[in-house]
Write a protein that binds this ligand. Structure first.
Ligand code: SAH
Length: 273
């Protein structure tokens, strides 16, 4: 993302009414909408923050899409986790730079983008996704926003059948039956590692908590993020009348046992030789 728009960059164009459109810049490309045509060549070489005019004389402001802009506009196979929940997941699951993280399912790849940003170039993200078409869509979505120089691979597989990786720092779940992953996660995480699960329904969260209760995980908690916008216009200052009142519940827990994976015992044996 440079100062000037280049071919293949994503651009967000904004009209005076706040309507937004997003597309990738192509040489000689055209964007068609109610306000006429915007020539990509008129944008290429322009600075973010400057304006462009359509064939019908509508002025659009040019910006690079933020992660939230992008997620709300990108093509979706599966339902995405909304931006308001990303910050909570990153913070409460303590997704840190350099972390080794497993994510399942990958869905449309919305959360993958935030996870990749949080772990940075020294981290590693592994995705398990059941559906091949979703895995492919997620890869297209993520690469379009982040480029393809990523420490990320997506495997088409069922996480309920097990996790091959060991010594993971974090496991992030958005699955219909997350409780099926608890026993696999116990073997796959480092001691003190964390699991976080996003579920739209509270019964899913309760079942997951029950399974966590019977495991080596502890410090479990379940919560949700409520985000309420405010209407601020002169003297009229009040909460918005409408809000997204529900997306999902988050359940987070930490692994409180020692590492029992074959990998770890190997390391211990080697150390004692
Ligand atoms: N968090 C994603 C959306 C995930 S939707 C985003 O923000 O874009 C849930 C995904 O879980 C779906 O793609 C579904 O195919 C996948 N899934 C369901 N059961 C699974 C399983 N047992 N193993 C792996 N993936 C699974």
């Amino acid at each position: 993302m440079g100062l000037f728009f280049e071919i293949n960059d994503l651009v967000l164009i904004l009209d005076a009414k706040g309507r937004r459109y997003m597309f990738s810049l192509l040489e000689d490309g055209e964007f068609h909408c109610h306000a006429g045509i915007v020539a990509h060549n008129d944008i290429i070489g322009s600075q973010a923050g400057s304006s462009v005019e359509s064939t019908k004389g509508t002025t659009f402001r040019l910006l690079s899409p933020t992660l939230s802009d992008y997620i709300l506009k990108m093509p979706r196979g599966a339902q995405v986790i909304y931006p308001k929940d990303h910050g909570t997941i990153i913070t409460y699951a303590d997704i840190f730079p350099g972390a080794r993280v497993l994510e399942s399912g990958v869905g449309s790849g919305a959360l993958s983008i935030s996870l990749l940003r949080a772990i940075g170039p020294t981290g590693q993200l592994i995705g398990y996704e059941l559906r091949e078409d979703f895995a492919a869509q997620a890869q297209r979505n993520v690469i379009k926003y982040m480029g393809d120089d990523l420490a990320w691979n997506v495997e088409v597989r069922d996480i309920y059948e097990g996790i091959d990786e060991t010594d993971l720092d974090r496991i992030v779940l958005d699955l219909p039956e997350p409780w099926n992953v608890v026993s696999h996660a116990e073997k796959a995480l480092v001691p003190g590692g964390m699991i976080i699960s996003y579920s739209p329904s509270i019964t899913q969260a309760v079942k997951t908590r029950e399974k966590l209760e019977d495991s080596n995980f502890g410090m479990a908690s379940t919560f949700e993020t409520l985000l309420r916008g405010w209407h601020i216009d002169g003297q009229a200052v009040r909460p918005d009348h409408r809000m997204v009142a529900h997306t999902g519940f988050l359940t987070v827990a930490r692994l409180l046992s020692e590492n029992t994976s074959a990998n770890a015992s190997d390391k211990i044996l080697r150390r004692h030789k």
